[in-house]
Write a protein that binds this ligand. Structure first.
Ligand code: 0X9
Ligand code: ZN
Ligand code: ZN
Length: 438
Protein backbone atom coordinates (compact mmCIF):
# COMPACT_ATOMS: atom_id res chain seq x y z
CA UNK A 1 0.00 0.00 0.00
CA UNK A 2 1.36 3.38 -0.91
CA UNK A 3 -0.29 5.17 1.97
CA UNK A 4 1.31 6.84 4.94
CA UNK A 5 2.28 4.32 7.53
CA UNK A 6 2.24 4.09 11.23
CA UNK A 7 5.25 4.78 13.25
CA UNK A 8 6.19 5.04 16.85
CA UNK A 9 7.63 8.46 17.68
CA UNK A 10 11.38 8.38 17.79
CA UNK A 11 14.26 10.76 17.83
CA UNK A 12 16.39 10.33 14.80
CA UNK A 13 15.12 8.88 11.58
CA UNK A 14 11.52 8.50 10.60
CA UNK A 15 11.56 4.90 9.46
CA UNK A 16 8.02 3.81 8.90
CA UNK A 17 7.10 0.60 10.68
CA UNK A 18 5.01 -1.88 8.79
CA UNK A 19 4.01 -3.59 11.98
CA UNK A 20 2.48 -0.39 13.31
CA UNK A 21 0.27 -0.17 10.28
CA UNK A 22 -1.04 -3.59 11.07
CA UNK A 23 -1.63 -2.54 14.66
CA UNK A 24 -4.03 0.14 13.60
CA UNK A 25 -6.18 -2.29 11.73
CA UNK A 26 -6.13 -4.82 14.56
CA UNK A 27 -7.13 -2.13 17.02
CA UNK A 28 -10.10 -1.19 14.93
CA UNK A 29 -11.29 -4.77 14.68
CA UNK A 30 -10.69 -5.37 18.37
CA UNK A 31 -12.72 -2.32 19.35
CA UNK A 32 -15.61 -3.62 17.31
CA UNK A 33 -15.28 -7.05 18.81
CA UNK A 34 -15.54 -5.83 22.38
CA UNK A 35 -18.31 -3.34 21.90
CA UNK A 36 -20.34 -5.84 19.97
CA UNK A 37 -19.71 -8.71 22.36
CA UNK A 38 -23.35 -9.65 22.61
CA UNK A 39 -24.24 -7.07 25.22
CA UNK A 40 -23.19 -9.32 28.04
CA UNK A 41 -23.66 -6.58 30.62
CA UNK A 42 -26.81 -5.06 29.16
CA UNK A 43 -28.96 -3.55 31.92
CA UNK A 44 -26.52 -4.45 34.67
CA UNK A 45 -26.03 -1.74 37.27
CA UNK A 46 -23.28 -0.77 39.62
CA UNK A 47 -24.54 0.26 43.03
CA UNK A 48 -22.73 1.99 45.85
CA UNK A 49 -24.01 0.87 49.26
CA UNK A 50 -23.35 2.52 52.61
CA UNK A 51 -23.62 -0.26 55.21
CA UNK A 52 -24.03 1.13 58.72
CA UNK A 53 -25.01 -1.74 60.96
CA UNK A 54 -24.41 -5.47 61.33
CA UNK A 55 -27.74 -6.28 59.66
CA UNK A 56 -26.58 -4.47 56.54
CA UNK A 57 -23.38 -6.52 56.42
CA UNK A 58 -25.39 -9.69 56.79
CA UNK A 59 -27.61 -8.63 53.94
CA UNK A 60 -24.62 -7.95 51.68
CA UNK A 61 -23.12 -11.34 52.58
CA UNK A 62 -26.35 -13.10 51.67
CA UNK A 63 -26.60 -11.25 48.40
CA UNK A 64 -23.00 -12.11 47.55
CA UNK A 65 -23.83 -15.81 47.68
CA UNK A 66 -26.23 -15.45 44.78
CA UNK A 67 -23.21 -15.12 42.44
CA UNK A 68 -25.03 -12.51 40.42
CA UNK A 69 -23.13 -9.71 42.04
CA UNK A 70 -19.54 -8.81 41.42
CA UNK A 71 -17.68 -6.72 43.99
CA UNK A 72 -15.73 -3.82 42.53
CA UNK A 73 -14.62 -1.93 45.60
CA UNK A 74 -13.67 -3.66 47.78
CA UNK A 75 -13.08 -6.67 45.57
CA UNK A 76 -14.67 -9.26 47.69
CA UNK A 77 -17.39 -9.65 50.27
CA UNK A 78 -14.70 -10.69 52.75
CA UNK A 79 -13.46 -7.11 52.79
CA UNK A 80 -16.81 -5.43 53.44
CA UNK A 81 -17.15 -3.54 56.73
CA UNK A 82 -19.48 -0.93 58.17
CA UNK A 83 -18.87 2.74 57.47
CA UNK A 84 -17.11 2.10 54.21
CA UNK A 85 -18.92 2.20 50.91
CA UNK A 86 -19.26 -0.88 48.73
CA UNK A 87 -19.46 -0.74 44.92
CA UNK A 88 -20.77 -3.77 43.15
CA UNK A 89 -22.30 -4.88 39.90
CA UNK A 90 -25.72 -6.52 39.87
CA UNK A 91 -27.14 -8.56 37.03
CA UNK A 92 -30.00 -6.85 35.20
CA UNK A 93 -32.52 -9.50 36.23
CA UNK A 94 -31.68 -9.08 39.93
CA UNK A 95 -31.73 -5.31 40.16
CA UNK A 96 -35.32 -4.74 41.19
CA UNK A 97 -35.34 -7.51 43.82
CA UNK A 98 -32.17 -6.17 45.27
CA UNK A 99 -33.37 -2.58 45.37
CA UNK A 100 -36.53 -3.69 47.15
CA UNK A 101 -34.41 -5.59 49.68
CA UNK A 102 -32.15 -2.61 50.29
CA UNK A 103 -35.06 -0.28 50.88
CA UNK A 104 -36.69 -2.73 53.24
CA UNK A 105 -33.73 -2.84 55.61
CA UNK A 106 -32.87 0.82 55.19
CA UNK A 107 -29.49 0.32 53.56
CA UNK A 108 -28.63 3.55 51.80
CA UNK A 109 -27.38 3.25 48.24
CA UNK A 110 -26.90 5.12 45.01
CA UNK A 111 -26.81 3.94 41.42
CA UNK A 112 -23.26 4.61 40.23
CA UNK A 113 -23.68 3.09 36.78
CA UNK A 114 -27.10 2.66 35.31
CA UNK A 115 -26.35 0.47 32.31
CA UNK A 116 -22.96 -1.15 32.32
CA UNK A 117 -23.05 -2.24 28.69
CA UNK A 118 -23.47 1.36 27.56
CA UNK A 119 -20.43 2.36 29.56
CA UNK A 120 -18.35 -0.50 28.19
CA UNK A 121 -19.19 0.69 24.68
CA UNK A 122 -18.51 4.30 25.61
CA UNK A 123 -14.97 3.64 26.75
CA UNK A 124 -13.96 4.05 23.13
CA UNK A 125 -15.14 7.64 23.08
CA UNK A 126 -12.28 9.27 21.24
CA UNK A 127 -12.79 10.35 17.68
CA UNK A 128 -10.53 8.24 15.50
CA UNK A 129 -7.35 10.19 15.03
CA UNK A 130 -6.39 11.28 11.53
CA UNK A 131 -2.83 10.37 12.28
CA UNK A 132 -1.64 6.88 11.56
CA UNK A 133 0.76 6.96 14.51
CA UNK A 134 0.32 4.46 17.28
CA UNK A 135 -2.22 6.11 19.53
CA UNK A 136 -1.30 6.54 23.16
CA UNK A 137 -4.78 7.85 23.82
CA UNK A 138 -6.46 4.60 22.89
CA UNK A 139 -6.71 1.31 24.67
CA UNK A 140 -4.82 -1.47 22.92
CA UNK A 141 -5.27 -5.21 23.09
CA UNK A 142 -2.41 -7.54 23.93
CA UNK A 143 -1.42 -8.28 20.33
CA UNK A 144 -1.08 -4.58 19.65
CA UNK A 145 0.88 -3.95 22.83
CA UNK A 146 3.17 -6.86 22.11
CA UNK A 147 3.98 -5.53 18.62
CA UNK A 148 4.42 -2.10 20.12
CA UNK A 149 7.06 -3.38 22.56
CA UNK A 150 9.02 -4.88 19.64
CA UNK A 151 8.76 -1.81 17.43
CA UNK A 152 9.57 0.71 20.12
CA UNK A 153 12.67 -1.24 21.13
CA UNK A 154 13.79 -1.68 17.50
CA UNK A 155 13.34 1.96 16.69
CA UNK A 156 15.11 3.27 19.79
CA UNK A 157 18.05 0.93 20.32
CA UNK A 158 20.04 3.57 22.18
CA UNK A 159 17.35 4.03 24.78
CA UNK A 160 15.19 0.91 25.00
CA UNK A 161 15.79 -2.79 25.11
CA UNK A 162 13.19 -5.49 25.39
CA UNK A 163 13.62 -8.60 27.51
CA UNK A 164 11.31 -11.53 28.02
CA UNK A 165 11.30 -12.13 31.77
CA UNK A 166 8.98 -15.11 31.76
CA UNK A 167 5.85 -16.53 30.24
CA UNK A 168 2.28 -16.60 31.46
CA UNK A 169 0.10 -19.60 32.30
CA UNK A 170 -1.20 -19.55 28.73
CA UNK A 171 2.35 -19.15 27.47
CA UNK A 172 2.28 -15.50 26.48
CA UNK A 173 5.59 -13.66 26.89
CA UNK A 174 5.96 -11.19 29.74
CA UNK A 175 8.11 -8.33 28.54
CA UNK A 176 10.28 -5.90 30.35
CA UNK A 177 11.35 -2.71 28.63
CA UNK A 178 14.54 -1.33 29.98
CA UNK A 179 14.36 2.41 29.43
CA UNK A 180 17.53 4.36 30.03
CA UNK A 181 20.37 6.02 28.27
CA UNK A 182 23.29 3.60 27.96
CA UNK A 183 26.01 5.19 30.04
CA UNK A 184 28.15 2.13 30.44
CA UNK A 185 28.08 2.33 34.19
CA UNK A 186 25.65 0.50 36.42
CA UNK A 187 22.76 2.85 37.14
CA UNK A 188 20.22 2.81 39.93
CA UNK A 189 16.88 1.58 38.64
CA UNK A 190 13.18 2.14 39.16
CA UNK A 191 10.87 -0.77 38.53
CA UNK A 192 7.47 0.18 37.11
CA UNK A 193 4.79 -2.38 36.42
CA UNK A 194 1.32 -2.17 34.96
CA UNK A 195 -1.57 -4.51 34.34
CA UNK A 196 -1.37 -6.77 37.39
CA UNK A 197 -5.17 -6.69 37.36
CA UNK A 198 -6.67 -7.37 33.94
CA UNK A 199 -9.65 -5.02 33.93
CA UNK A 200 -7.71 -1.94 35.01
CA UNK A 201 -7.04 -0.86 31.44
CA UNK A 202 -5.76 2.59 32.29
CA UNK A 203 -2.74 0.94 33.90
CA UNK A 204 -1.09 -0.56 30.76
CA UNK A 205 -2.04 2.67 28.99
CA UNK A 206 0.07 4.52 31.56
CA UNK A 207 3.14 2.31 31.13
CA UNK A 208 3.00 2.86 27.38
CA UNK A 209 2.58 6.58 27.91
CA UNK A 210 5.61 6.64 30.18
CA UNK A 211 7.82 4.93 27.58
CA UNK A 212 6.57 7.23 24.84
CA UNK A 213 7.37 10.28 26.95
CA UNK A 214 10.85 8.99 27.73
CA UNK A 215 11.55 8.75 23.99
CA UNK A 216 9.97 12.09 23.20
CA UNK A 217 12.03 13.83 25.88
CA UNK A 218 15.31 12.13 25.14
CA UNK A 219 18.05 14.69 24.63
CA UNK A 220 15.83 17.66 25.46
CA UNK A 221 17.31 18.32 28.89
CA UNK A 222 13.84 18.11 30.39
CA UNK A 223 13.16 16.55 33.78
CA UNK A 224 12.43 13.20 32.26
CA UNK A 225 15.53 13.36 30.07
CA UNK A 226 17.66 13.90 33.16
CA UNK A 227 15.97 11.02 34.94
CA UNK A 228 16.48 8.69 32.00
CA UNK A 229 20.13 9.70 31.88
CA UNK A 230 20.73 8.99 35.53
CA UNK A 231 18.38 6.05 36.09
CA UNK A 232 17.14 2.93 34.35
CA UNK A 233 13.43 2.40 34.30
CA UNK A 234 12.45 -1.24 34.17
CA UNK A 235 8.95 -1.18 32.75
CA UNK A 236 6.60 -4.15 32.48
CA UNK A 237 3.70 -2.79 30.40
CA UNK A 238 1.39 -5.74 31.12
CA UNK A 239 2.05 -8.27 33.88
CA UNK A 240 -1.19 -10.24 33.68
CA UNK A 241 -1.09 -10.85 29.93
CA UNK A 242 -3.59 -13.72 29.95
CA UNK A 243 -6.13 -11.87 32.06
CA UNK A 244 -5.69 -8.74 29.99
CA UNK A 245 -6.31 -10.66 26.76
CA UNK A 246 -9.35 -12.27 28.31
CA UNK A 247 -10.71 -8.87 29.34
CA UNK A 248 -10.65 -7.89 25.64
CA UNK A 249 -12.19 -11.01 24.19
CA UNK A 250 -14.44 -12.59 26.79
CA UNK A 251 -15.08 -10.63 29.93
CA UNK A 252 -14.26 -6.94 30.23
CA UNK A 253 -14.34 -7.16 34.02
CA UNK A 254 -11.90 -10.01 34.53
CA UNK A 255 -9.33 -9.35 37.29
CA UNK A 256 -7.27 -12.47 38.02
CA UNK A 257 -4.93 -14.68 36.03
CA UNK A 258 -6.32 -17.48 33.85
CA UNK A 259 -4.71 -20.43 35.61
CA UNK A 260 -6.91 -23.47 36.23
CA UNK A 261 -7.68 -24.48 39.79
CA UNK A 262 -7.76 -28.26 40.23
CA UNK A 263 -10.99 -29.37 41.84
CA UNK A 264 -12.76 -26.08 41.13
CA UNK A 265 -14.65 -24.73 38.17
CA UNK A 266 -13.41 -21.25 39.01
CA UNK A 267 -10.42 -19.88 37.15
CA UNK A 268 -7.59 -17.62 38.20
CA UNK A 269 -5.55 -16.28 41.09
CA UNK A 270 -5.28 -12.67 42.21
CA UNK A 271 -1.67 -11.80 41.37
CA UNK A 272 -1.67 -9.12 44.04
CA UNK A 273 -2.38 -11.74 46.71
CA UNK A 274 0.22 -14.22 45.47
CA UNK A 275 3.46 -12.52 46.54
CA UNK A 276 5.48 -13.63 49.53
CA UNK A 277 4.27 -11.00 51.99
CA UNK A 278 2.28 -12.64 54.79
CA UNK A 279 0.84 -14.74 52.00
CA UNK A 280 -2.86 -15.55 52.34
CA UNK A 281 -3.32 -13.90 55.72
CA UNK A 282 -5.74 -10.95 56.07
CA UNK A 283 -7.68 -9.66 53.07
CA UNK A 284 -7.01 -12.67 50.88
CA UNK A 285 -9.10 -15.75 50.27
CA UNK A 286 -8.38 -19.46 49.97
CA UNK A 287 -11.47 -19.89 47.82
CA UNK A 288 -10.56 -20.23 44.11
CA UNK A 289 -13.87 -18.60 43.25
CA UNK A 290 -12.98 -15.43 45.14
CA UNK A 291 -11.69 -12.38 43.29
CA UNK A 292 -8.96 -12.17 45.93
CA UNK A 293 -7.89 -15.81 45.77
CA UNK A 294 -4.29 -16.04 46.96
CA UNK A 295 -3.49 -19.14 44.86
CA UNK A 296 -2.60 -22.69 45.88
CA UNK A 297 0.75 -21.57 47.24
CA UNK A 298 2.92 -18.50 47.43
CA UNK A 299 4.31 -17.52 43.98
CA UNK A 300 2.23 -20.25 42.36
CA UNK A 301 1.55 -17.94 39.42
CA UNK A 302 4.10 -17.82 36.64
CA UNK A 303 3.48 -14.09 36.31
CA UNK A 304 4.47 -13.53 39.95
CA UNK A 305 7.51 -15.75 39.50
CA UNK A 306 8.56 -13.64 36.52
CA UNK A 307 8.20 -10.29 38.30
CA UNK A 308 9.57 -11.46 41.64
CA UNK A 309 12.44 -13.30 39.95
CA UNK A 310 13.43 -10.23 37.99
CA UNK A 311 13.22 -7.95 41.02
CA UNK A 312 15.21 -10.40 43.17
CA UNK A 313 17.97 -10.63 40.61
CA UNK A 314 18.24 -6.83 40.37
CA UNK A 315 17.43 -6.07 44.00
CA UNK A 316 20.65 -4.20 44.66
CA UNK A 317 20.14 -1.75 41.78
CA UNK A 318 16.38 -1.29 42.10
CA UNK A 319 15.79 1.69 44.40
CA UNK A 320 12.08 2.19 43.89
CA UNK A 321 9.09 0.12 42.89
CA UNK A 322 5.94 1.63 41.40
CA UNK A 323 2.93 -0.50 40.56
CA UNK A 324 -0.01 0.99 38.70
CA UNK A 325 -3.63 0.04 39.39
CA UNK A 326 -7.07 1.62 39.27
CA UNK A 327 -9.47 2.87 40.50
CA UNK A 328 -9.82 5.18 43.53
CA UNK A 329 -7.19 7.93 43.18
CA UNK A 330 -4.82 6.85 45.89
CA UNK A 331 -1.12 6.59 46.44
CA UNK A 332 -0.44 3.72 48.82
CA UNK A 333 2.71 2.51 50.51
CA UNK A 334 3.47 -0.36 52.93
CA UNK A 335 2.03 -1.93 54.78
CA UNK A 336 -1.16 -3.46 53.55
CA UNK A 337 -0.75 -6.81 55.28
CA UNK A 338 -0.69 -5.21 58.72
CA UNK A 339 -1.80 -2.04 60.44
CA UNK A 340 1.70 -1.74 61.87
CA UNK A 341 3.58 1.22 60.40
CA UNK A 342 6.56 0.62 58.15
CA UNK A 343 10.00 1.44 59.53
CA UNK A 344 10.25 4.22 56.92
CA UNK A 345 6.73 5.44 57.47
CA UNK A 346 7.59 9.10 57.99
CA UNK A 347 9.70 9.34 54.90
CA UNK A 348 7.27 7.40 52.71
CA UNK A 349 4.38 9.45 53.98
CA UNK A 350 6.16 12.72 53.15
CA UNK A 351 7.22 11.48 49.76
CA UNK A 352 3.71 10.27 48.93
CA UNK A 353 2.29 13.59 50.09
CA UNK A 354 4.61 15.56 47.82
CA UNK A 355 4.11 13.21 44.89
CA UNK A 356 0.37 13.59 45.22
CA UNK A 357 0.70 17.39 45.44
CA UNK A 358 2.57 17.33 42.15
CA UNK A 359 -0.10 15.15 40.59
CA UNK A 360 -2.96 17.32 41.83
CA UNK A 361 -1.26 20.53 40.68
CA UNK A 362 -2.06 19.76 37.04
CA UNK A 363 -5.84 19.30 36.98
CA UNK A 364 -6.83 19.43 40.63
CA UNK A 365 -7.56 15.69 40.76
CA UNK A 366 -7.87 14.85 44.46
CA UNK A 367 -5.63 11.99 45.58
CA UNK A 368 -5.43 10.35 48.97
CA UNK A 369 -2.26 8.80 50.27
CA UNK A 370 -1.18 6.61 53.17
CA UNK A 371 -0.35 3.06 54.17
CA UNK A 372 -2.48 0.54 52.29
CA UNK A 373 -4.00 -1.03 55.40
CA UNK A 374 -5.50 2.21 56.71
CA UNK A 375 -6.07 4.05 53.41
CA UNK A 376 -7.72 1.15 51.63
CA UNK A 377 -7.99 -2.19 53.40
CA UNK A 378 -5.84 -4.91 54.89
CA UNK A 379 -4.67 -7.18 52.09
CA UNK A 380 -1.77 -9.61 52.26
CA UNK A 381 0.40 -11.03 49.48
CA UNK A 382 0.74 -7.76 47.57
CA UNK A 383 3.72 -6.84 45.41
CA UNK A 384 4.41 -3.51 47.15
CA UNK A 385 4.76 -5.08 50.61
CA UNK A 386 6.90 -7.91 49.27
CA UNK A 387 9.23 -5.50 47.51
CA UNK A 388 9.50 -3.32 50.60
CA UNK A 389 10.39 -6.24 52.85
CA UNK A 390 13.01 -7.25 50.28
CA UNK A 391 14.75 -3.98 51.10
CA UNK A 392 13.50 -1.69 48.35
CA UNK A 393 12.41 1.23 50.44
CA UNK A 394 10.46 3.38 47.98
CA UNK A 395 7.56 1.11 47.19
CA UNK A 396 4.25 2.58 46.03
CA UNK A 397 0.95 1.42 44.60
CA UNK A 398 -0.91 4.00 42.54
CA UNK A 399 -4.64 3.69 42.08
CA UNK A 400 -5.37 5.98 39.13
CA UNK A 401 -8.66 7.61 38.10
CA UNK A 402 -11.46 7.68 38.82
CA UNK A 403 -13.42 7.27 42.07
CA UNK A 404 -16.27 5.23 40.64
CA UNK A 405 -18.19 7.20 38.02
CA UNK A 406 -16.65 5.00 35.33
CA UNK A 407 -14.54 2.78 37.57
CA UNK A 408 -12.65 0.27 35.44
CA UNK A 409 -14.39 1.59 32.34
CA UNK A 410 -12.57 4.89 32.24
CA UNK A 411 -13.20 6.45 28.81
CA UNK A 412 -10.29 6.86 26.43
CA UNK A 413 -10.73 10.62 26.53
CA UNK A 414 -9.33 10.46 30.08
CA UNK A 415 -6.17 8.58 29.16
CA UNK A 416 -4.22 11.74 28.36
CA UNK A 417 -5.07 13.78 31.48
CA UNK A 418 -4.71 10.73 33.71
CA UNK A 419 -1.29 9.88 32.32
CA UNK A 420 -0.10 13.47 32.34
CA UNK A 421 -0.94 14.01 35.98
CA UNK A 422 0.48 10.63 36.98
CA UNK A 423 3.75 11.45 35.20
CA UNK A 424 4.23 14.34 37.61
CA UNK A 425 4.00 12.04 40.61
CA UNK A 426 6.43 9.61 39.01
CA UNK A 427 8.88 12.43 38.23
CA UNK A 428 8.68 13.57 41.79
CA UNK A 429 9.41 10.14 43.23
CA UNK A 430 12.18 9.42 40.70
CA UNK A 431 13.92 12.75 41.39
CA UNK A 432 13.66 12.17 45.10
CA UNK A 433 15.12 8.69 44.76
CA UNK A 434 18.00 10.08 42.75
CA UNK A 435 18.76 12.50 45.57
CA UNK A 436 18.39 9.85 48.26
CA UNK A 437 20.27 6.88 46.92
CA UNK A 438 20.95 4.15 49.43
O1 0X9 B 1 -6.45 -4.79 46.25
C1 0X9 B 1 -5.46 -4.57 45.54
O2 0X9 B 1 -4.72 -5.45 45.13
C2 0X9 B 1 -5.15 -3.12 45.13
N1 0X9 B 1 -6.36 -2.44 44.80
S1 0X9 B 1 -7.12 -2.79 43.40
O3 0X9 B 1 -8.34 -2.03 43.37
N2 0X9 B 1 -6.30 -2.27 42.15
O4 0X9 B 1 -7.30 -4.21 43.30
C3 0X9 B 1 -4.48 -2.41 46.27
C4 0X9 B 1 -3.11 -2.94 46.58
C5 0X9 B 1 -2.50 -2.29 47.78
N3 0X9 B 1 -1.36 -3.04 48.23
C6 0X9 B 1 -1.47 -4.26 48.85
N4 0X9 B 1 -2.61 -4.78 49.16
N5 0X9 B 1 -0.36 -4.87 49.17
ZN1 ZN C 1 15.57 -8.99 35.00
ZN1 ZN D 1 -5.52 -3.49 40.82
Amino acid sequence: MGMKMFHVPQRDSDTPGKSMERLFFLGFVAALAVSGAGGRYYGDKVLRLQPEIEEHLQFIKNVSRSAKVDFWKPHSVELVTTNRSVDFRVDADRVSDLQAGLEKIGLKYEVLIDNLQTLIENQFDRKASRSLDYSYESYHNWDQIESWTATIADENPNLISRLEIGRSYEDRPIYLLRVGNRTGSLKPAIFLDCGIHAREWISPAFCQWFVKEAIRNFGTRSTLDTLVNELDFLVVPVVNVDGYSYSWTKDRLWRKTRSRNPGSACVGTDLNRNFNAQWCAGGASRDPCSEIYCGPQVESEKEVKAIAGCIRSHSSTIKAYLTIHSYSQKCLFPYSYTHALAFDHEELNNLASNAVDALTSLYGTPFEFGPGASSMYVASGGSDDWVYDLGIKYSFTFELRDTGKYGFLLPESQIRPTCEETMLAVYHIASYVLNHLY
